[in-house]
Structures are given as structure tokens and as C-alpha cells.
Write a protein that binds this ligand. Structure first.
Ligand SMILES: NC(=O)c1ccc[n+]([C@@H]2O[C@H](COP(=O)([O-])OP(=O)(O)OC[C@H]3O[C@@H](n4cnc5c(N)ncnc54)[C@H](OP(=O)(O)O)[C@@H]3O)[C@@H](O)[C@H]2O)c1
Length: 278
């Protein structure tokens, strides 16, 4: 880690992949006064992210000579890892690699960065989620062997820019984490879809059905975020005995309904994450 990073100033960052997640991270960094110094992405759209703080190039061989990143953020698709990572092996030993690639293990990434002439790469594996786009994400990060405290602190800073960050030591936890928070936004969007559909079935006009479903999910999420009470307490607070909410919850909370369906869904996603790991 260079002295700039250790002093808390803007360290040189290399961003690999400026797609949905990479560009969301970039926006968060810029808000915090951090920025990638160089980004690599072959897509023509990536050039629009260039600015006074950042050069965008299409491939690793166009990285300015002498550029020494403190952190390299791997934000390419997991299926592009094998063809992409070996180009960055020369930075193993000097930079920390922060991977957000789903399913790519620390060991698998280390193998792709290994050469006979480089030391073992310092790798942090992280799983963010899509609310990162509005700096409301939650990321779980796991440090690999040899990650120094200052490197971990830099990764934490990069991830805090897109939301809440938690660290775990056990990499195996990233499979259930992927199932709960990585895939989780889709479950919440499904709830909004199903509520909109049910509103239509009850005769509510389409425009109003959409507003009610969207704003109920969004407003309830904001209320949960703003409250110190847990979700169960907030639920009980709006449930009068014998009332309308109680009638709905009696259906939703039947043992074979939501409790077992949500549990089975997250178990299925965890299993799939383990199958895809490599
Ligand atoms: N989206 C999510 O919900 C989510 C959540 C957690 C983690 N992740 C992880 O985040 C990573 C990125 O996902 P995403 O949704 O942001 O994907 P994405 O939008 O497809 O972005 C990937 C970007 O990488 C570019 N790219 C391809 N090959 C490259 C190379 N060799 N060097 C540099 N850039 C290259 C792609 O360009 P082209 O389009 O031209 O190929 C694209 O712009 C994935 O590994 C995913 O598992 C995503």
C-alpha cells in the first residue's frame, strides 16, 4: 500500500468493468471524493465515465505506463474472469484485488492471477447488491490470506461508498449471503409485482394499483430503515386483532405459505451459489 492511501488521501484505484455495478461504485466513490484513476472496459459506453479524475481505456495493455494502483476492483461478469484476470497478474504483490464477481472464490481468483514471478495476490471477495446504485446497498466482504489491515481499510472505504458493509472471515458464508442480500432485491420487487396484480384483481385501476404497490414497498422499506424496531415489531404495530391486516397475515403466515416458501427460496439460491462457485 502506498503512502497516499495510508494517509487517507485519494489512492490510485484501477476499476475493471464499468457496467451496472462498476459504474454504481464509481458514482459512490466520486460522491466521497474518491475515484478510480484508471478504468478498463471495452464497451464504447464506458468512455462516458471518463473525467478529470479518471482515464478510461478499452484494454489492459492501454493502462498508462508506470501506473501503480493501490486497489484493483474486479467488476466484470464471472464468466469473463478467466480471460480478464491474467492481464492484471503483474499487480499481484503490490495492489489489493477487490472482487465483486458472484461465485468467484478467493482461491479461484488467486489461481487466475498467479504467475511464476509474482507473489500470492491479496484478494478481498465481496458481495454487494443493486441498491448500491443509489448508495443504499449492503455488501458482505471477506478478506483472503495476506490482506493487510491498510488494504482491508481501503476496500472498506470503497465499499462504504455504496452502502452498508459487513465483514466475515468464513468465505463459505458468501453463498447464503448471495441468496439473502445479493439476490434479495428481486424478492422485494416480486412482492411489489404481486401486490399490484392483486390490487387489479380487487378492481383498483391500473395506474393507482401501481402507485399503491410501489409506494407501499418503498415507504415500508424507508420506515424500516429509519426505525430502531425490528421488522416483526413494526408488523405487529400495524396489526389490530380481528382487523384487515390480521386477515391478510393469517393467510400469508400459514406454515406452508410465506415462512416455508421464503425459507425454501433462500435455500435454493444458496445451493445454486455453491454449484456455481469456482
Ligand atoms: N448486478 C447485480 O445485481 C450484482 C450484484 C452483486 C454482484 N454482481 C457482480 O458484479 C459484476 C458486474 O456485474 P454487472 O451487473 O455490473 O455486469 P455488466 O453490467 O455486464 O458489467 C460488466 C462490464 O464489464 C465489461 N467487460 C467485459 N469484459 C471486460 C474486460 N476484459 N475488461 C474490462 N471490462 C470488461 C463489460 O463490457 P461489455 O458489456 O462490452 O462486455 C461490461 O461493461 C459481476 O461479476 C456480478 O456477478 C452483480
Amino acid at each position: 500500500m502506498n503512502e497516499t492511501a495510508a494517509a487517507g488521501q485519494i489512492p490510485p484505484i484501477l476499476l475493471i468493468g464499468c457496467g451496472r455495478m462498476g459504474s454504481a461504485m464509481l458514482a459512490g466513490w466520486r460522491e466521497q471524493g474518491l475515484a478510480a484513476s484508471v478504468a478498463v472496459d471495452p464497451s464504447p459506453a464506458a468512455a462516458t465515465f471518463a473525467g478529470p479524475d479518471m482515464t478510461v481505456v478499452a484494454s489492459a495493455d492501454q493502462i498508462p505506463a508506470g501506473f501503480q494502483p493501490a486497489a484493483i476492483v474486479l467488476a466484470v461478469k464471472p464468466q469473463n474472469a478467466a480471460e480478464t484476470l491474467p492481464d492484471y497478474a503483474r499487480f499481484a504483490g503490490s495492489a489489493v484485488f477487490l472482487s465483486i464477481m458472484a461465485g468467484r472464490t478467493i482461491g479461484g481468483i488467486a489461481n487466475l492471477l498467479a504467475t511464476p514471478n509474482t507473489s500470492l495476490a491479496a484478494i478481498v471477495r465481496a458481495m454487494p447488491n443493486t441498491p448500491a446504485a443509489i448508495r443504499q446497498g449492503v455488501t458482505v466482504a471477506c478478506p483472503g490470506p495476506g490482506v493487510q489491515d491498510a488494504q482491508r481499510a481501503l476496500c472498506d472505504r470503497l465499499l462504504q461508498a455504496i452502502g452498508t458493509v459487513a465483514w466475515v472471515q468464513d468465505e463459505a458464508l458468501l453463498d447464503p449471503v448471495t441468496a439473502v442480500s445479493g439476490s434479495g432485491p428481486a424478492y422485494v420487487f416480486l412482492l411489489a409485482e404481486l401486490m399490484e396484480q392483486a390490487a387489479l384483481e380487487q378492481g383498483i385501476p391500473p395506474d393507482l394499483a401501481r402507485i399503491l404497490a410501489r409506494q407501499t414497498v418503498a415507504g415500508s422499506g424507508a420506515l424500516l430503515a429509519a426505525s430502531t424496531d425490528d421488522a416483526a415489531s413494526l408488523r405487529k404495530a400495524v396489526t389490530s386483532p380481528g382487523g384487515t391486516t390480521a386477515a391478510a397475515l393469517a393467510v400469508l403466515m400459514e406454515p406452508n405459505a410465506c415462512p416455508s416458501i421464503v425459507s425454501a427460496a433462500i435455500a435454493a439460491a444458496t445451493k445454486r451459489s455453491r454449484e456455481l462457485a469456482g
